[in-house]
Design a binder for this molecule. Sequence first.
Ligand code: HSE
Length: 335
Amino acid sequence: MSSVSGGNGPEAGKAGSKVYVKVPASTANLGPGFDSLGLALSLYAWIEMEIADRTEIRLYGDQMNGVPVDKTNLIYRVAQKVFERAGVSHPELSIGMYSEIPLARGLGSSASAIVGALVAANALTGGKLSQRELFEMASALENHPDNVGASLFGGLTVAFWDGERAEHIRVVPDERLEALVAIPRFELETKRARGILPAQVPLKDAVFNVGHASVLVAAFCTGRYDMIRHAMKDALHQPYRASLIPGMSDILERATDHGALGVALSGAGPTLLALVDAKSGRKAELERFLLDTLSRHGIEADTMWLAPSAEGATVLTHFDPSVTLMENVKGEVRA
Ligand code: HSE
């Protein structure tokens, strides 16, 4: 059985000191929960932030190629929004970021940057903004609450955002659940994957998703993981996005025959996500099936086994400000 709570918040750090924040990646939608469900995953980004005399932005890791390091940087811009709202002014910042989360693959890389920036900047103000304010700012910046909710609160975040108000309930999946992601070696911008969706959908498709998403959440809350294979089906976005990800339809149809509890497009894609019983004896078979299916459609991909991350964005107090971010992160990153 999973535990349910209204959310856990990172603690505020002291104003003026250097702050460090660790943020999980996320998979959004989980099939039918379009713009509503997000699951935090054990793949992380780390952000350091300090008030400085001159702005300097250091980005570490292959995922950061091409990301701007001037004041147009997303982390810098989001931090300024926090300061503005908190009524303080810190125009010059020293920022560092290292991320394991691949860019534009449907694993919430931009949400992790937004949430990391919000939480770090808020910690620098001494925690002037509430968790709700941060969540509402994050939802407005992303235009949907699913990835940012999971990165901020952790676990399975069930959320809505009506354009002003954001609400969520966090459900922590038990340790039986693992996630296998197949990450195609091409990027897919969320804007393009949303642009392909129709402005209006038939009522029967909306009803299909309300029922499936509701049962999916209930399955997580009660540990009825046998129900996931049926409940993870979607009629609102996956059918339209299939043309952007060769091999996706085959995988959605057949992954449960190869040991998956359920399968979905991860967020806006192109990554595919299978939920798996941690004790399954068919993990290698499932991994082979995903890679072979994508390969048959001419798509090279990499797989990763991840666990749900119960914790959301966390202010780290054990990092040493006298050494570099990378030295601090070393030992925490995946081998
Ligand atoms: N719910 C969003 C979408 C997630 O599917 O477009 C984007 O990461």
